[in-house]
Design a protein around this ligand. Structure first.
Ligand code: NAD
Length: 452
């Protein structure tokens, strides 16, 4: 293919012009890191507000994200990173990364609205000799069935002849985006071996870990399989927790002892699994071959994990009943709205399911989260006068709550209705933050996931 050496040299010398399509949790840190490494980078997004924020050196991602805001400010100030909504920037790009969202719909199927739109917009701007890298997570077969055909749709360009095509899925995680980007190994799936080799040189500028070369479908499988594996393992821990509750055992003790057995590593059970990736990547894996094989284990694990916030609602109802409060009459404070500790990311957050369920049952729900807009503010104000507090996210703010103080906020005279005076408050722990005995000694009626 023409242009191999030219592109190779440009990448090595960092003179290759880079465009990153999609400036979210993945695309923004990726764009900033390549800019920091010395490339001229343009970030491209359809979200005008996001583009304006980044263009002014701001960081639209809230929560604890070490180094990201400073890095974005720095690379924008030095002119290495620009942001735009205009696909015309792709006319001159040598390397184009795509990091748009790839959610599933209500029947667990990928529709790829954002990915299709990005590819269609990009196609007329794709110059010969460019490398296109899809970083988004996609179902096995998507590079061959959707990405390549869309970029070749009008016969202008053909992968392997006119442009290089690569799938290099991301392994970052909110809370450590830059660190993971730098230190996690990557799977580099090339449509051709040359494409994979070029991508390895490119990523070598920012990734300080293995860059494993393979083909596109293997890369698709590896990414969706690693998250499916985790989901299945979490589901096992959750199912074990549900069994422990029923037989009157403590799952944390059981887990510790099981893990003493060689080769066993039971994960932590909890109030559910959220985020953009783990709840949908297993469905992407299952979808990849759904016309030939019906997955059984993957959907079962999804069902267990989806049930956990509903189970927390059941624990809350049960504990309230114990103190003589009916759920339709209760005021419940939910602590944590993000899906992950110390993050502002609320996508597929288990708290959303819990809150909906409690409201469906007639409870008045108040939500607190130090990182999520709309739920910030004084914790004392949010929990004052509530019958129950349900901890859903292990934010640092909640790890060291003084239980005596919490009880005081809940029960102090004037904070509760007359009819509740003397009623014990309820504490439900979805994340194993509190010690059952300590909570009991503080005057709460306690329920915890996995604690019978
Ligand atoms: N969030 C994570 O921790 C993580 C980790 C690994 C992999 N991934 C994968 O990376 C991909 C991106 O995830 P994310 O969390 O960054 O998503 P995100 O929603 O935070 O960001 C996606 C961005 O793409 C933009 N966008 C949508 N359509 C566009 C278009 N047609 N043109 C230009 N921009 C467009 C959106 O406005 C948004 O800013 C997904 O496939 C996800 O599964 C995410």
């Amino acid at each position: 293919m023409v242009g191999f050496q030219l592109l190779w040299n440009g990448i090595e010398a960092k003179t290759a012009r880079v465009v990153v399509i999609g400036l979210g949790y993945v695309g923004l840190p990726v764009a900033a890191r390549f800019a920091q490494a010395g490339f001229q980078v343009t970030g491209l997004d359809v979200d005008e507000a996001k583009v304006a924020t980044i263009g002014a050196g701001g960081c639209p991602i809230e929560g604890e994200e070490p180094g990201l805001a400073e890095l974005v400010a720095q690379v924008v100030a030095t002119g290495r990173l620009h942001a735009t909504t205009d696909y015309a920037v792709c006319d001159e790009a040598d390397v184009i990364l795509i990091a748009v969202e790839t959610p599933i719909d209500s029947v667990h199927q990928p529709r790829y609205k954002a990915l299709r739109a990005a590819l269609r917009e990009l196609e007329p701007h794709l110059k010969a000799g460019t490398m296109v890298i899809v970083e988004s997570t996609i179902a096995p077969g998507t590079m061959a069935k959707l990405v390549r055909p869309t970029l070749q749709a009008h016969g202008r360009r053909q992968a392997g002849r006119d442009f290089y095509l690569v799938h290099c899925p991301e392994r970052v995680m909110p809370g450590a985006l830059l660190a993971k980007l730098t230190h996690m190994s990557r799977v580099v799936g090339g449509h051709t071996p040359d494409a994979a080799r070029l991508a390895r040189v490119f990523y070598g500028h920012v990734v300080e870990a293995d860059l494993d070369l393979t083909d596109c479908v293997t890369a698709e499988l590896v990414k969706t399989a690693e998250n499916s594996f985790r989901d299945v393992q979490i589901a096992f821990a959750n199912e074990l927790a549900l069994i422990c509750e029923q037989v009157g055992a403590d799952v944390w003790q059981v887990r510790d002892l099981v893990n003493k057995s060689p080769g066993r590593d039971v994960l932590s059970p909890g109030a559910g699994v959220g985020g953009h990736c783990i709840p949908k990547d297993p469905w992407l894996l299952a979808y990849g071959a759904s016309d030939m094989i019906t997955a059984k284990l993957i959907p079962a694990a999804r069902e267990i994990n989806d049930y956990m916030p509903l189970h927390v609602a059941e624990l809350t109802v049960d504990a309230l009943k114990e103190v003589g409060v009916e759920i339709e009459d209760a005021r419940v404070a939910v602590l944590g709205y993000a899906y992950l500790e110390n993050s502002d990311d609320t996508r597929n957050a288990p708290s959303i399911t819990l809150i909906n369920r409690l409201e469906e049952l007639g409870a008045e729900v108040r939500v607190h989260d130090p990182y999520v807009a709309g739920y910030q503010g004084a914790l004392a104000e949010r929990v004052r006068g509530c019958d129950a507090v349900v901890l859903m996210v292990k934010h640092d703010r909640y790890r060291h709550i003084d239980l005596g103080q919490l009880r005081e906020w809940l029960t102090s005279p004037g904070s509760r209705d007359e009819r509740r005076q003397g009623t014990q408050p309820v504490l439900v722990d979805g994340r194993h933050v509190f010690d059952r005995d300590r909570v009991g000694a503080s005057g709460f009626v306690f329920r915890g996931v996995g604690i019978g």
